[in-house]
Design a protein around this ligand. Structure first.
Ligand code: IPE
Ligand code: IPE
Ligand code: MG
Ligand code: MG
Length: 351
């Protein structure tokens, strides 16, 4: 390196510039690997159990299952289940079943969501509806949902079943409410918050409640964990909605919300800042938008210039702080530390 730099000072300068660009990013983002440290063994066992829980005798279904388990996501929800259990008691076999249940439900809803959103990319690969068409994607989603429910029934985990079914019901209601409101293009912040509470925060809240319920029967503890998860879930979806205005690289398309005429917080806020004619122009552009790059740029700039991104980020940070306030009321432990980092990861992540 020394001689190389002597030979070419440009290389040295370039490497320093690169180091300075890369370093702050590395420092800012806490890796999921670090976060998983206190539950490393549990997560390894979980993966094995999760894979085992999806196979069947139907050949086509097995081919699709192999495709699904190979393209796993971030596994935030099982991580939440294990950490919540660790914070409130001693991780048990039931915690593992809660983790599998929630990842099965989550995977099912993503498969259905891509059908609903007409989206062809998921986790950096083709979505199921892109490869096997809607019919099969809908059935595979149903199958995963049923496997999740059976896992709980077979083990008589009726408490976990109760918590998760409430979330699944809220998720469907949230997606339907979103579809209903979408058509009118006049969504306001309180309704938006209701939608994301139902479609996303409910399942994340149920992860934390299930983790706690798998290790304690103290319902006030379970409820505190649930409320913590709800705040994390709100921040999580606001971040996801911010991704839609970015340049991609998250393993799923950006601009899909606008394409589907979904108004999310950055756009809702920006639209409320401008005059009637400008407001009308934006609505017209959204109505006619069909993945045209120039129009996307115009909408992204409109949102940015009217403070939509900054506003959504600040709302997200408020939810993060509310989550921290609850988390800090639990006794300190390595699990709590990791959970703290996971909350930060939720708002800082890049995918
Ligand atoms: C995506 O969830 C769906 C939303 C609720 C926004 P994740 O971002 O956790 O998806 P994976 O499992 O990591 O792919
Ligand atoms: C999350 O909303 C939907 C679910 C409840 C599954 P999005 O439609 O924004 O999720 P992504 O962006 O497709 O992952
Ligand atoms: Mg979607
Ligand atoms: Mg999204």
């Amino acid at each position: 390196m020394k001689t190389l730099c002597k030979l070419n000072p440009l290389i040295l300068e370039l490497s320093l510039v690169l180091k300075n660009i890369i370093k702050p990013q590395i420092l800012a983002v806490i890796s999921l690997e670090q976060i998983k440290e206190p539950i490393r063994k549990e997560m390894a066992d979980f993966e094995y159990k999760f894979q085992k829980s999806v196979y069947t005798r139907v050949a086509l279904l097995n081919r699709i299952m192999t495709y699904i388990v190979k393209r796993k996501g971030k596994q935030i929800r099982p991580i939440l289940v294990f950490l919540s259990a660790g914070i409130t008691g001693e991780i048990s076999e039931k915690t593992f079943r809660g983790a599998s249940l929630v990842e099965l439900l989550h995977t099912a809803t993503l498969i259905h969501d891509d059908v609903v959103d007409d989206s062809f990319e998921r986790r950096g690969f083709f979505s199921l509806n892109a490869l096997w068409k809607n019919k099969i994607a809908v059935l595979v989603g149903d199958y995963l949902l049923a496997r999740g429910l059976l896992l709980s029934v077979d083990n008589q985990d009726f408490d976990l079943l109760g918590i998760s079914s409430t979330a699944v019901k809220a998720m469907s209601e949230g997606e339907l409410l979103q579809l209903e409101k979408t058509r009118k293009l006049n969504l306001q912040e309180p309704e938006y918050l209701d939608i994301i509470r139902m479609k996303t925060a409910s399942l994340i809240a149920s992860c934390c409640a299930m983790g706690a319920k798998s290790v304690t029967d103290d319902m006030t503890v379970v409820e505190r964990m649930r409320q913590f998860g709800e705040y994390v879930g709100m921040a999580f979806q606001i971040k996801d909605d911010l991704f839609d205005y970015s340049d991609g690289g998250m393993g799923k398309p950006s601009g899909i919300d606008i394409k589907e005429k979904k108004l999310t917080l950055p756009m809702i806020f920006a639209m409320n800042q401008v005059s009637k004619p400008e407001h009308k122009k934006v609505i017209k552009t959204i109505e006619g938008y069909d993945s045209d790059k120039k129009k996307f740029r115009y909408l992204v700039d409109f949102v940015k210039n009217n403070g939509g991104i900054t506003y959504a980020e600040s709302r997200m940070m408020e939810y993060q702080d509310q989550a921290f306030a609850i988390l800090n009321s639990f006794s300190p432990s390595a699990y709590r530390e990791s959970m703290h980092d996971l909350v930060i990861y939720t708002t800082k992540r890049e995918k």
